[in-house]
Design a binder for this molecule. Structure first.
Ligand code: CO8
Length: 260
């Protein structure tokens, strides 16, 4: 499958896919076509049972500079409301059931930062810069920024970033828990591939249920989250991979998972 705004690649041996945002001339501004194509690519990789993890990345200069300002600048409020374009194709990454790693080099700002926040793990190059500058355009974050960012880095820093449009660098992003790790820019893709390879080698049901349970932590009160986690944990005892994983541990050998 080929796209106008994305490049895709599958590592069949390791069981992961890479989606590269590919509008470098506009710093990967997230136009409607790109969001539709991203939705399509995610649908495709999610339904491929040989794929256990997806990497989403951009160019060296920009993961993404945000929503395509040139495309949306003339929209009126009724158009924006009736078309509901944000709900239509922007939340696909957030609905993904397989783990997604965002590999961020350069700018991840506005909708670009929000897209990274929809992923499960953000791996940052030392050149990465994150921010929500929408207020400077007379708008505000519209794809989850005020909500997801606040849950991840807390109220005060979210307020500061959203109210001033200030960008933070990779080091600050790691310090406040936005990114899992910072690596030298030249090593970013190798590090993302290695991470995806490791995740994809895990038993698929265990990995997907783990992801679902961690996400629930952001959406429910603690008591409900704990209950959900317990049910997911119990359900994994119905899988062959649980039997194999535990037997391998007890017998001091490597596990051979069926479903990965
Ligand atoms: N939209 C459209 N074009 C863009 C965008 C963007 N978000 N970002 C960069 N570009 C274009 C520039 O216009 C320029 O094009 P051209 O060469 O034709 O002039 C090209 O990319 C290169 O950019 P710069 O020359 O500006 O590069 P610099 O290195 O000088 O600056 C910056 C990099 C600081 C990232 C700068 O490009 C910038 O400030 N970009 C805009 C960032 C921004 O405000 N993003 C927020 C957009 S609003 C948003 O994301 C809301 C999301 C909510 C959901 C949306 C649903 C649709």
């Amino acid at each position: 499958m080929s796209y106008n705004t994305l490049l895709t690649e599958i590592d069949a041996e390791a069981g992961f896919a890479i989606i590269t945002l590919n509008r470098a001339e506009s710093l990967n501004a997230l136009c409607e076509e790109m969001m539709n194509e991203l939705t399509d690519a995610l649908d495709r990789f999610e339904s491929d049972t040989d794929i256990g993890c997806i990497v989403l990345t951009g160019s060296k200069k920009a993961f993404s500079g945000g929503a395509d300002i040139k495309e949306i600048q003339e929209k009126t409020y009724p158009e924006s409301y009736y078309e509901d374009f944000i709900s239509r194709n922007w939340e696909r990454a957030a609905r993904a059931r397989k783990p997604i790693v965002a590999a961020v080099s350069g700018y991840a700002i506005g909708g670009g930062c929000e897209l990274a926040l929809m992923c499960d793990i953000i791996l940052a190059a030392d050149t990465a810069r994150f921010g929500q500058p929408e207020v400077r355009l007379g708008v505000m974050p519209g794809a989850g920024g005020t909500q997801r960012l606040a849950r991840v880095i807390g109220k005060s820093k979210t307020m500061e970033l959203c109210l001033t449009g200030r960008m933070m660098d990779a080091e600050e992003a790691e310090r406040c828990g936005l990114v899992s790790r910072v690596v030298p820019a030249d090593d970013l893709l190798d590090a993302a591939r290695e991470l995806a390879r490791t995740i994809a080698s895990m038993p698929l049901a265990a990995a997907m249920l783990t992801k679902e349970a961690v996400k629930i932590a952001y959406e429910t009160p603690l008591s409900q989250g704990i209950q959900f986690e317990r049910r997911m944990f119990q359900s994994l005892f119905s899988t062959d991979d649980q039997k194999e994983g535990m037997a391998a541990y007890v017998e001091k050998r490597s596990a051979h998972f069926k479903d990965k």
